[in-house]
Design a protein around this ligand. Structure first.
Ligand code: SIN
Ligand code: FE
Length: 291
């Protein structure tokens, strides 16, 4: 089961000791969650009007891409859009400072991707099984292939009423992979090219992406697995933050409202121990390169 490793910082620009940095790097790459119980992201007075599910329209999240764009179709007017953009950009900068100070080794290759705001209560949220993050899963994105790069995510619980965000943490990646790999379909030749041509993926879907998507789907669709699999319950309190490789750590978010999240991609070459990456685990198990 994934461990939760605590850090004492209470500001985003905290200067970590060499010991803390080493502890963070090892724990993260082994599949632990790094938890900062005192690291609060402050929502400004003027931004508190954004803390309502109505602002997300029919979506569960509002996302901001690295060019500062928010997709249309959410329930926000011009003023709110500007407030949202500023709040999310501030979160992107704050989480960037955390990663820079805690994990300097990753800096040369780390690629900042989407920022998201999550104002909808998770418990009881209506959604398809595939999008239901309250089921244990590893992250894989249908339209954004990662081609083996790691998915590193920073979360902050900004709930104004003191409500925790509850997660479940499941078995290690290798166990998940061993469970589902034998029954996965091999990608059909030409599929990745066709998806790219049709504009369904932003770049080429590698065999790695193909397998990860199937594992994500299999886990969520497997009722038996969801009900019987051993898991740890983890409460991230209001005013706390955490970071985790969500492509490796089996997780589910079951309860909570109002969080911010920053996604980054990390090339394997930047890792201290790339052999722990899901790409290398899958390649060992299938016996061939997957990117
Ligand atoms: C997820 O990545 O599965 C959702 C996490 C969250 O919103 O807390
Ligand atoms: Fe997830």
């Amino acid at each position: 089961m994934a461990q939760v490793v605590h850090f004492q910082a209470d500001v985003w620009g905290h200067r970590y000791s060499a010991e803390d940095r080493e502890r963070a790097l090892c724990a993260l790459e082994q599949g632990s969650v790094l938890y900062f119980p005192q690291l609060r992201f402050t929502v400004a007075e003027a931004e508190s009007r954004l803390l309502t599910p109505a602002i997300a329209g029919a979506s569960k999240n509002i996302s901001l891409d690295h060019l500062g764009r928010i997709p249309l179709g959410i329930g926000a007017g011009e003023t709110e859009l500007e407030l949202l953009r500023r709040m999310m950009q501030r979160f992107a900068a704050s989480s960037g400072a955390l990663l820079e100070n805690l994990l300097p080794r990753y800096q040369p290759g780390l690629q900042q991707a989407r920022t998201s705001f999550r104002p909808v209560e998770i418990a009881g949220r209506a959604t398809s099984w595939r999008k239901d993050d309250s089921r244990l899963h590893i992250d894989a994105f249908p339209s954004s292939p990662v081609q083996g790069r790691r998915i590193l995510r920073v979360f902050s619980n900004v709930n104004p009423h003191g409500q925790s965000r509850a997660w479940l943490l499941g078995e290690p990646f290798e166990s998940v992979a061993r469970r589902y790999l034998p029954s996965l379909r091999r990608p059909l030749p030409g599929t990745s090219h066709l998806l790219r041509l049709l504009g369904m993926t932003r770049s080429r879907r590698s065999d790695y992406d193909h397998f990860m998507l199937q594992i994500h789907d299999r886990m969520k669709a497997d009722q038996d697995y969801q009900s019987k699999m051993a898991r740890a319950v983890c409460d991230f309190r209001a005013g706390s933050s955490w970071l985790v490789f969500t492509d490796q750590v089996s997780h589910a978010a079951t309860k909570g409202q109002h969080a911010l999240e920053q996604t980054s991609y990390l090339p394997l070459a930047c890792m201290q121990d790339p052999s722990q990456a899901p790409l290398r685990t899958l390649e060992r198990l299938v016996g061939r390169p997957l990117t």
